[in-house]
Write a protein that binds this ligand. Sequence first.
Ligand SMILES: Cc1cc2nc3c(=O)[nH]c(=O)nc-3n(C[C@H](O)[C@H](O)[C@H](O)COP(=O)(O)O)c2cc1C
Length: 348
Amino acid sequence: MATYEPVKSTPRLDPIWALGKKFLGSELPIMCGAMTWISDPKLVSTVSNMGGFASLAGGNMPPEMFSDTIDETRRLTDRPFAANIIVIAPNYRAQLDICCEKKMSHIVFAGSIPRQSDVEQAKDSGAKVVCFASTASIAERMIAYGADALVLEGSEAGGHIGHVSTIVLLQDILFSYGDKLPIFVAGGIAHGGMIGHLLLMGAAGVQLGTRFVVAEECQAHPKFKEAFIKARSREAISTPQYSHKLPVVAVRALKNRAMDRFGELQMELLQKLASGEINRQEAQFKVEEYWVGSLREGAVDGDVDKGSLMAGQSVGLIRKVQPLREILQQLVDEADLAVTGAARRLEA
Ligand SMILES: Cc1cc2nc3c(=O)[nH]c(=O)nc-3n(C[C@H](O)[C@H](O)[C@H](O)COP(=O)(O)O)c2cc1C
């Protein structure tokens, strides 16, 4: 196992992100969110080794591969990291069992609302449970189910998203529940100044995805990263739902043929639904299958036209590929500066 000197917190930030640090067991409560095909053992272990905290993406992984991925990450880091499992994925139940057997320190439930019994199973294994909240009612339900922390994710984020922006969720979730459990804010963050101000609002820490895609150590295809560097925020658009007969979770990604193809797929599936060729569940499964395959084409194969380029609006704030250490250091320095500036304004 390579030894790394983690990026250090600062005396200014220490007290305001202490809760997040303690919860994650990391030097910095800056999480690299799970990204299917992208959050592999190398990225996850490097982020965690450098003082941050990362989540492995369970995605659609078959159980054996998922189990091996956890083992490999553990060989690369002795620091904590999470497993992120998607509640609606085909191998979800097996993945949850594996997380519990392997005594993961943190389990993140993503993609939909987990059952209370799933949250209990994870907690009984000794894991700290993190749930996504894209509305206040989901936040309330997850707290009632026993979640130990929440990721409040606004619709600016990349990948599968909710409908409400980060700024509204801050008022609806962070201000209401921030004193009950640690809340990590995600969606639209790429500058450390934002992290500093979110901490002042009561966040325990943050989760970023888009910014970490362009880390040198991230194994996403160079063309995928290049598309991120070139893109402007307004090119990271979200998909519409054409009919209530086929509910689909919106996805935010850069505009390209994959987004057009998704529109065509919805039309085809609606026709098949109308003719009774498939049922709603099968149609929804086809939609998720499409995204997993399409993201692979973009992130792994580097087909930036046909493959999905899932990215958040913060993509427009990203200028270059950087080593992870530099990204984390920059985020910490900017956060420190923002908090120092706020303290000065208060004293003046
Ligand atoms: C390419 C990509 C793939 C993602 N895949 C997943 C995933 O598999 N599971 C998940 O919970 N979140 C996924 N996300 C969301 C991230 O974990 C993170 O919460 C989000 O990117 C934060 O917002 P930001 O993009 O504005 O930084 C993905 C995001 C991106 C950009």
